[in-house]
Design a protein around this ligand. Structure first.
Ligand code: FMN
Length: 335
């Protein structure tokens, strides 16, 4: 196994352990809908459908970015892609860097011919390897959009992580103005706040996946992989670095009302999806909750998607929202 593949395999193993999930949650407990005991509709009348990048999708969530290239990455990706295709929900690929560098075949498009697929590259790789890498990531899976991930804390803790971030914004701006597909910028669990969102909008970015604090904790995962006592001591105060997803969404929405938001980071069920939509997200993304089913089978992923859809449907029924437009304005409890 190469260094990148073994790192990815470690990530999968550690992400499944509850100690590397935030214990505080993403702040969703404070987002409480006013119960509506008079839904005045049948559960079956509820329409979960949404649109994303010009296509209709069955429900407002996507499979968040996880694997690109590692030993069991192909199996995970096949299960996720086939489920995405069967359920008509989008799928984001994990970093494609390893697959591209190792020349691994990327069969995503053959498993999900019609699904919306999102390519993925780290911002620092883009900075050094430029548009060629971005274009290869897109072409290899006929991606509908390119996701660029920002993970400065993870890179600081990761042994040999990237510490030179001088030209990241310029690289993103270049992608946004040159590529033929939309660019989506995401974090990995610390969040993109209003000030950074404004800079990204000025750089031409139209989509942001906030990926706030409250779910998979990458500082904790990288600390578990780092054998240097000194580096662990330096990193310790940053274990809870970031902004909760429930706090981020309204703040970014208020600062950049025209920006399309993907609510992500710590969503664990369909009620969290409903809360993110209410807080201003256009759609949402869940990563870690799909990991266990993805290691099992395509059917297990399809089952997970159906459960999330049913939980979202219940949330909409219990708030009297027949569609997502109504859910966006469903009354919240005032504290
Ligand atoms: C096993 C695993 C691998 C991940 N790899 C990537 C990656 O390669 N690129 C990326 O942008 N995000 C990656 N992420 C981050 C997720 O896309 C997401 O932003 C983060 O885990 C927070 O969401 P969650 O709480 O739903 O897991 C990964 C997450 C997991 C669980």
């Amino acid at each position: 196994m190469t260094d990148i593949s073994s790192r990815k395999a470690d990530h999968i193993e550690l992400a499944l352990q509850s100690e590397h999930q935030s214990q505080q949650g993403a702040g969703f407990d404070h987002v409480r809908f006013e119960p509506n005991p008079l839904p005045q509709m049948a559960l079956d009348d509820i329409d979960l459908s949404s649109d994303f990048l010009g296509s209709k999708i069955s429900s407002p969530f996507l499979i968040g970015a996880m694997t690109g290239g590692c030993e069991n990455g192909e199996l995970i990706n096949r299960h996720l892609a086939q489920a995405a295709q069967a359920c008509n929900i989008p799928m984001a690929l994990g970093s494609q860097r390893a697959a591209i560098e190792l020349g691994l075949p990327q069969k995503l498009r053959s498993w999900a011919p019609q699904a919306i697929l999102l390519g993925n590259i780290g911002a620092t790789q883009l900075q050094t390897q430029g548009m060629d890498l971005a274009q290869r990531a897109i072409d290899s899976i006929e991606a509908n959009a390119l996701v660029i991930h920002l993970n400065p804390l993870q890179e600081l803790i990761q042994p040999n992580g990237d510490r030179d971030w001088r030209l990241v914004l310029e690289a993103i701006q270049n992608c946004a103005s040159t590529l033929s597909v939309p660019v989506i910028v995401k974090e990995v669990g610390a969040g993109i706040g209003p000030a950074s969102a404004k800079r990204l909008v000025d750089a031409g970015v139209q989509w942001i996946e906030v990926a706030g604090r409250g779910g998979t904790n990458w500082a904790s995962i990288e600390l578990a992989r780092n054998n240097s006592t000194r580096e662990c001591e330096i990193a310790a105060p940053f274990l809870d670095w970031g902004m909760d997803t429930a706090e981020l969404l309204p703040a970014v929405h208020a600062a950049c009302p025209q920006l399309m938001l993907i609510g992500a980071g710590g969503l664990r069920h369909g009620l969290d999806i409903a809360r993110c939509i209410r807080l201003g997200a256009h759609i949402t993304a869940l990563a870690q909750p799909f990991l266990k089913p993805a290691l099992e089978s395509t059917d297990a992923v399809i089952d997970k998607i159906a459960i999330l859809q049913e939980q979202l449907r219940w949330s909409m029924f219990l708030t009297g929202s027949q569609n997502l437009i109504q859910l966006k304005v469903a009354p919240l409890q005032t504290e």
